[in-house]
Design a protein around this ligand. Structure first.
Ligand SMILES: NC(=O)c1ccc[n+]([C@@H]2O[C@H](COP(=O)([O-])OP(=O)(O)OC[C@H]3O[C@@H](n4cnc5c(N)ncnc54)[C@H](O)[C@@H]3O)[C@@H](O)[C@H]2O)c1
Length: 360
């Protein structure tokens, strides 16, 4: 097992990455000073796959466990579901010291985090992410939220977990599209911050796709380290943290214009390549680096070409996104693999050009 410490003063915590960690969860919670009552929030699929293993470990260490179920799907990240969970927590006598465990993907993590941040003005939160995206991204850094109408992730808080347990073994049951969604964020982490990690991805994507244990542990560990280092410098997302949005300016617009038919990871892959093309056209990024990025995206079974969507609608959607700052669209661009910068100097004609002409 490998550990990463997130240094945030009194809100510091550790992230454990390794295989078979679910079976040791009870032990670590005891070690962290927890005992007695504890609540797990999860969805039916994840409960069916991993509920038993987690319960056994918690039983062994004497915890009194209540499991609350939330149906699957982004639509559950809502104030309505949060409201139902507050009632269920009250019904099972959860108190201020009662830890809540989020067992699942990013939807469960964000929703449970929001509930933990607000129930009784804040109860201890433990993240047990079970998708690649949740292990490398959403469980780290304390952003918790629900959606509200058109406001995606806009009702929320910064609320750090007490512990994150990323059991690599859970990735074995992930559907291929969910693995690809997570891989897009893994590639993004390498591209923005670590060229050696990017070279590792270039060499090892076949091992990763065949779910080689060591390769999976390495990509989760490296991605966690990169996100941790950024969050430590900018917990509240006031500057540096926005480099984590590399590929997301165009990616989010593609998701939204396609009515979410283009999945997150696929949209981000196209967005990352478009941002690299913009960087190349502006004379900042060497063409070879763009070709390397395209190679890795392709090997990860992610798309490299724009879906059939109206470019005008995509540029319009970008203007409505949160990455608009004082009326200018903010872009994270690439200097070279491993090095990015933030700018609002990208012309909309150049954005349209790279979206229309993918040879550029
Ligand atoms: N808080 C953040 O910083 C942050 C960052 C990125 C994304 N997010 C959020 O994360 C969410 C997306 O998360 P996601 O991609 O994990 O999707 P998800 O949570 O919807 O999970 C996808 C599906 O995988 C299933 N699943 C989970 N673990 C499994 C496993 N081990 N085996 C088989 N099936 C499994 C779930 O039941 C679900 O049906 C979005 O709501 C997004 O806004 C948050």
């Amino acid at each position: 097992m490998r550990k990463v410490k997130v240094e945030l003063g009194i809100n510091s915590y550790e992230i454990y990455v390794g295989s078979g960690l679910l079976a040791q969860t009870g032990h670590w919670l005891k070690e962290s000073g927890f005992s007695g009552k504890l609540v797990i929030i999860t969805d039916p699929t994840v409960k069916g796959l991993y509920g038993e293993a987690l319960n056994q470990s918690l039983d062994k260490d004497g915890f009194n466990v209540t499991t609350l179920l939330v149906p699957e799907g982004e639509e559950q990240k809502s104030l309505e579901t949060a409201g139902r969970l507050y009632h269920e927590l009250t019904d099972c006598y959860a108190e201020r010291a009662t830890p809540i465990l989020a067992l699942g993907g990013g939807v469960i993590g964000d929703l449970t985090g929001f509930v933990a941040a607000t129930y009784q003005r804040g109860v201890p939160l433990i993240q047990i992410p079970t998708t690649l995206l949740a292990q490398v991204d959403s469980s780290i850094g304390g952003k918790v939220a629900v959606d509200h109408g058109q406001l995606k992730n806009k009702i929320g808080a910064f609320y750090q977990p007490r512990l994150v347990i990323a059991d690599i073994n859970t990735l074995r049951t992930l559907p291929a599209n969910e693995l690809a969604n997570g891989l897009a964020e893994v590639i993004k982490s390498a591209v923005i911050r670590n060229k050696e990690f990017f070279a590792f991805l270039e060499k090892n994507l076949d091992r990763i796709k065949s779910l080689d244990e060591k390769a999976l542990e390495e990509i989760v560990f490296q991605s966690v380290k990169i996100k941790t280092e950024i969050v430590e410098k900018d917990e509240r997302d006031l500057g540096l943290r926005s480099i984590l949005n590399y590929g997301h300016t165009i990616g989010h617009a593609i998701e939204s214009v396609s009515d979410f038919k283009v999945e997150h990871g696929r949209a981000i892959a196209i967005g990352m390549l478009a941002a690299a093309r913009i960087s190349n056209q502006m004379g900042i990024l060497d063409k070879n680096e763009l070709i390397r990025l395209k190679g890795v995206v392709e090997k990860a079974d992610l798309p490299t070409e724009m879906p059939n969507l109206e470019v005008e609608k995509i540029t319009q959607a970008m203007k409505h996104d949160k990455k608009v700052w004082r009326d200018k669209i903010r872009f994270v661009l690439l200097k070279s693999i491993g090095s990015v910068f933030i700018t609002d100097e990208v012309s909309s004609s150049l954005v349209k050009e790279v979206l229309v002409n993918e040879e550029t």
